[in-house]
Design a protein around this ligand. Sequence first.
Ligand code: TRP
Length: 363
Amino acid sequence: MTKNKIILTGDRPTGRLHIGHFVGSLRRRVQLQNEGDYDKMFVFIADAQALTDNVDNPEKVRQNVIEVALDYLSVGLDPEKCTIFIQSQIPELCELSFYFMNMVTVSRLQRNPTVKTEIAMRGFDSSIPVGFFTYPVSQTADIAAFKATTVPVGEDQRPMLEQATEIVRRFNFIYGDTLVEPNILLPDNAACLRLPGTDGKAKMSKSLGNCIYLSDTAAELKKKVKSMFTDPLHLRVEDPGHLEGNTVFTYLDAFCEPHHFAEFWPEYESLDALKEHYTRGGLGDGKVKQFLLNILESTLAPIRERRKEFEKDIPAVYEMLRRGTEEARAVAAQTLDEVRRAMKINYFDDEALIAEQAKRFAQ
Ligand code: TRP
């Protein structure tokens, strides 16, 4: 029975994964994996994409491949249920990218909002590496080579998926139905779409030093939660508190589940009741932070412990990646056969072509 559902997603190995990745995508992936409602599921480490803006820092990318693999395993991705692989080890992805480059214009790439922001952030201005500029094309190849139907990613990846859909559509229009248009699968909760950093700044990011990593120790986690940005107007406990822009409450929206109240704070029956008291006044930030800390610790402790186990056998993690990469490569190779046939560049296995030309030249 085929459900025709192929899930695919990946991360750049430029650092350890943080709780923004967790609520934005990782948690959903594990859930999808365990529900089992799919034909195939691929999760990959986008090292080639990471190199597009780290050309002079290959060691950073190399060291973070294993960090991301450990993060994957520790959140519960299971190589028995999903194929975990390394992007650069699949040359078919480069081949497909090269063909796709003819199906998109320079001005369309320039309009991609994600690329625009990233160019500004990196100060590339007029010295944009070509590979970086075209990474949406390479990302389209990642998706199309596996005929992915469902791509669970964060909000920032929406323009990538739009571009991927356009390129696939164009390919199919020119060469006949070969590839599959992907759908984005976004987190369903606004707090999870773009989790702010602990300082309340727009996004959790390594360069801002405002991340909580999945692999942080209990002590690191505690320190970070205790120093989180809340409501600057909430000076005394009696003062009414504000929820808007209050990072502690944004994190509660992303992490708090009904059972956490019974477990950690039975005085309240729901997040709404807690918010109501906070906005009314009379509830101190310290208590709310402690509640958040309890929730985060209970979520992250099992992840941290599983990581410790996997860290004991690094060669086994590489073996898992090698096997996953082999399996993924076979799938990509199959798609590339179909692509070459559709594009009429399958000379050696096109017997009809050879026979027809032989006949024509014999006349
Ligand atoms: N761009 C993604 C990121 O920065 C990583 C990525 C590369 C990806 N190729 C992909 C995600 C294909 C989903 C599908 O995290």
